[in-house]
Design a protein around this ligand. Sequence first.
Ligand code: HAM
Length: 433
Amino acid sequence: MSKSDVKKIQAIRGMNDLLPSDSPRWQFFEGKVRQLMQRYGFAEIRMPIVEQTALFARSIGEVTDIVEKEMYTFEDRNGDSLTLRPEGTASCVRAAMEHGLLYNQTQRLWYQGPMFRHERPQKGRYRQFHQVGVEAYGFDGPDIDAEVILLSARLWRELGLLEHVTLELNSLGSSEARAAYRDKLIAYFEQHRDVLDEDSLRRLTSNPLRILDSKNPAMAEMLDAAPRLLDNLDDASRAHFEQLKALLDAAGIPFVVNPRLVRGLDYYSRTVFEWTTTALGSQGTVCAGGRYDGLVEQLGGKPTPAVGFAMGIERLILLLETLDLVPDEALGGSDVYLLAMDDSATAAAMALAEQLRSELPWLRLQLHCGGGSFKSRMKKADKSGAAFALLLGEDEVAERAVTLKALRDDQAQQRIPQAALADTLSEQLTHTP
Ligand code: HAM
């Protein structure tokens, strides 16, 4: 086979490489998230990426797009049916139950990592995507619903996104109230069968609430006039919803009640919410979640109230980029590029680099490697984006000094004793300790 016949293997459609030019934005975002979780008293949990298929089928629901059409399911070598996780909630419940975390105690947990759904890829929608998720267990009042919403709102505020996102809120009520409402809704849709599209006809008996979520303009008028779940809530759910709205009002978090917000996963009850933006086109939901008080019991545990959400990291990074909200400092590469002027100073340059890394742990220092002419070394220094080059030649080595050259302005270059270098760099470079 000639070389030109060899077909290059490419990444799987909808699964992205995160390149070095992208990773500073991700690290900036992830750093904010990690701090925020600590500040709110949430502890990190990490679950495996693969679980038994039954876990997702039983929790997300057999008749959902995710389980019906989007899961990466395969048989492993033992013949067990396994699935790449399409979301984190089911795994989190499984792990918390399995390790006794829900026994007579409350938990506030968070996780992040890749999720997998075989959806049609487009901007903001991928087959491997990443979520940050938050799950709280053992709290049944609306205070924790408000607390997790406040946590997300603080993240938007600190990222500069708050004015670009809208909080949509709804209540799905208890499962009993929902079952009664479901019958009403089916009866209504039966009367308007002629307006229903193919997808909706399919969902009519299996998952009629999802029809409410349809974006088909031909059905909009009929859906607007449909009976509203909010008018059919049980008393306890209604009180819960009213209290949550009052808490959000008191906290100064604006929201829009969207009676047609139903979510695409079956485990929800009572509160559901989504943070949406108009700045990303059709994939505008950046964070979504709600209460799922029945799920722990459904998976074989003791009844345990639960609430949480997950945000799509790709969508949030896209939004930060679109709005140019990543600070320049977060994108920066090196502070200093240290180079031997020729190969005779390589060992001395390496020793100085190590010394500086010990003295200034915050310093981002790139050591020149790979030899080359002096000119090419300086070119690399410039390309590194560093503010300063540190040059070490025969004279500097003999004098135990170093030449400091500013790369971004016209400051005269200066020769500094190596012993004074740490102090000089601390003065010249701004850094957050
Ligand atoms: P979800 O609505 O399926 O909920 O996903 C949450 C978020 O993940 C979405 O709002 C979106 O930002 C992001 N996302 C979902 N699918 C994709 C995709 N294909 N490409 C890019 N981003 C995507 C859940 O997953 C629930 N587990 C949330 C939850 C936690 N509810 C309670 N606790």
